[in-house]
Design a protein around this ligand. Structure first.
Ligand code: ADP
Ligand code: MG
Length: 621
């Protein structure tokens, strides 16, 4: 039952807004919801039709946009006006894709200024974000048509290896399509959710290790996940961004063509024949998933394929995916026997040879009961339902891949939110000024595991200004980090005595690739010893400098109370400390700190006692 609330401001009835789950795929996309009555995740489809919307966009001569099955017809006959696989270009610069452009039939341009790719159609240019937004708009309007209610909120899935820029691009595409993207989640995470993996109650602290094998139309991904207490961690990803069911179709076309004496050159000229053969090949492939012999005709060509022939044709391709699985396990530091469950995703996993090969490799019965075309969207719908607050039993969390912190004295990294912290997450800590009357404080935000900020990655910087004049150490500046459910970090600084405040939203412009994150982590381990030494030295220096400052202040205030001898000795101990600070020897610094403290303690105590005595005298009992 949907909850109904009254909007007090307008007096109108407000129905709980529906949140849909969207699988924005390279080949196919679809939208799913938790069915309001059955409470089951359900892919949305019109009566008697498929839930799948091919991720294909056709622009007719008048630049009208056609999306889906209808657009797919133009793939061969009007290739320069038909865009497919736009997902491959998301968040990419021309440099990232230019060696792959020969594989796409439409025109990709390099518009130097932004250095992000655009696709040219006649005299118009479209960014991959716009192109994806056309697909999302189609999904949104389908959902609205079926549900008879506006759909404005969504959870969208992306491959686990998508970096921040690609995730942000996906989010932007959603926005452009009129969708408030509440969360971007990983496709393998969604697929696991659809199988109920990781959905056990929060208390389940035993880690589950899962392999998600996703063979789609044009891409293959294998992800190794670890799930602990509702937290999904991607241990490794591997795959081939140019290997999928389309390649199965291709080898069938080649097989038929060579049997009929048709050369590949003939096919590249005769587009209608190429299209006809490709469609028949895909039909044959699908048919052979449940039968042993395919027989058909294309004009006077007789098209025959046995299951055995088909399996021989695709065997090398399937073997390639297994090599990727081996590598993914290696990267995760796991053995085959460590994997508890294997999840099958993507239309191409319907091919029996694929299923058998994967099952043999992992030595396990694979999870394949959920429709492999729909499984990712269904998982996204489950996540959407959790976000809508309808499923309180589940705690679904993402984690931060790298630590987040600020720069403190001496260029040290002070971590506020550590690596692998759950998202959303909040942390705050108090800092103070180092100089008397300091009116502003520079706050530099970094990401990384190293002890010195210079070895980490700077995310943002801002100034907290207008701090009222106070002696050093007196202002209380509270720095707060907040990572919201989208992984967007907001850093705010507030001087607690005066209430002066400043904040900044940190949106990484260009995210880190998995390799970069890995390299940063690797670095931090490799340099841990050196880092500890550097940190100790820096801390000693900072402590020494602070002691020098406070001693100086004390002397200024109390010169009259000190003997000449005390003054001279203090001055020389300060000088010795000052000198030690310039050298790379933390023990020497500590020694000089100790010496100065030893020297000043007696007179500091004496002066303190006098001050107290004075204060007592003034008091009347
Ligand atoms: P993506 O995730 O890349 O968008 P999908 O998971 O939707 O792709 O997979 C699409 C691929 O699955 C296509 O190559 C399609 O031909 C293939 N496919 C769909 N149904 C079957 C089937 N019954 N047997 C074999 N392949 C299939
Ligand atoms: Mg997919």
């Amino acid at each position: 039952m949907a909850k109904i609330a009254i909007n007090i401001a307008t007096g109108s009835l407000q129905q709980d807004e529906i949140i849909v789950g969207i699988d924005l795929g390279t080949t196919n996309s679809l939208v799913a919801i938790i069915h309001p009555e059955t409470k089951q995740p359900t892919a949305l489809k019109e009566h008697n039709s498929s839930a799948i919307v091919p991720s294909v966009i056709y622009f007719d001569e008048a630049n009208n946009i056609v999306v889906g099955e209808e657009a797919k017809k133009y793939l061969e006959i009007s290739p320069e006006r038909t865009i497919y696989s736009a997902k491959r270009l998301m968040g990419k610069s021309y440099g990232d894709v230019h060696d792959k452009t020969s594989l796409l039939s439409y025109k990709i341009i390099d518009d130097g200024s932004e250095s992000l790719v655009k696709v040219q159609l006649g005299d118009r240019f479209y960014s991959p974000i716009e192109l994806s937004s056309f697909i999302l708009k189609e999904l949104k309007s389908r959902a609205e048509h079926i549900l008879k209610t506006p759909v404005n909120k969504a959870v969208i899935t992306v491959p686990a290896y998508f970096n921040d820029a690609q995730r942000q691009a996906t989010r932007d595409a959603g926005k452009l399509a009129g969708l408030d993207v509440l969360r971007i989640i990983n496709e393998p995470t969604a697929a696991s959710l659809a199988y109920g993996l990781g959905l056990k109650k929060i208390a389940n602290a035993t880690p589950q290790l899962i392999a998600v094998y996703d063979l789609g139309g044009g891409t293959f991904d294998i992800s190794i996940l670890r799930i602990v207490e509702g937290i999904f961690e991607v241990l490794s990803t591997n795959g081939d961004t140019f290997l999928g069911g389309d390649d199965f179709d291709k080898v069938i076309v080649q097989h038929w063509a060579s049997r009929a004496g048709i050369s590949m050159e003939d096919l590249s000229v005769n587009k209608l024949l190429a299209q006809g053969l490709r469609l028949k090949a895909e039909a044959a492939k699908k048919y052979l998933s449940t039968s042993d012999l395919f027989e058909d005709k294309l004009e006077d060509l007789s098209l025959i394929l046995t299951k055995t022939e088909f399996e021989e044709l695709i065997f090398p391709l399937v073997s390639k995916t297994i090599d990727c699985c081996t590598n993914a396990l290696k990267d995760a530091g796991l053995k085959i026997s460590d994997i508890e469950s294997v999840v099958m995703v993507g239309g191409s996993t319907r091919v029996p040879l694929v299923k058998k090969t994967v099952s043999d490799f992992f030595d396990k019965i694979v999870n394949d009961q959920v429709n492999p075309d729909e499984v990712v969207a269904l998982g996204a719908a489950i996540q959407a339902d959790v976000l809508a607050g309808n499923n309180k039993d589940i705690l679904l969390l993402d984690i931060t891949p790298l630590s987040l912190g600020i720069e403190t004295a001496g260029g040290l990294m002070d971590v506020l939110i550590s690596r692998n912290a759950k998202i959303p997450s909040r942390a705050s800590r108090q800092y103070t000024t180092q100089v008397d009357g300091q009116a502003s404080m520079r706050i530099s935000v970094y990401q990384g595991e190293r002890d010195m900020v210079k070895d980490n990655r700077k995310l943002a910087e801002f100034n907290l200004s207008n701090i009222p004049g106070m002696p050093a150490g007196l202002p209380k500046v509270e720095i707060s980090f907040l990572i919201n459910a989208d992984g967007i970090l907001t850093v705010s600084a507030r001087e607690l005595r005066s209430g002066v405040e400043q904040s900044i939203e940190v949106k990484p412009q260009y995210g880190l690739s998995d390799e970069q994150v890995e390299a940063m982590l690797h670095d931090s381990i490799a340099n841990a010893k050196e880092d500890i030494a550097v940190r100790a030295l820096t801390e000693a220096r900072t402590e020494g400098e602070q002691l020098l400052k406070s001693t100086e202040r004390f002397l200024q205030k109390n010169t009259a109370e000190l003997t000449k001898e005390e003054l001279i000795h203090t001055a020389s101990a300060m000088q010795a400390l000052q000198l030690a600070i310039t050298m790379d020897n933390k023990d020497l610094i500590h020694q000089k700190i100790e010496a100065l403290n030893e020297l000043s303690r007696p007179y500091a105590e004496r002066i303190m006692d006098e001050a107290i005595a004075k204060a007592m005298k003034g008091k009347h009992v």
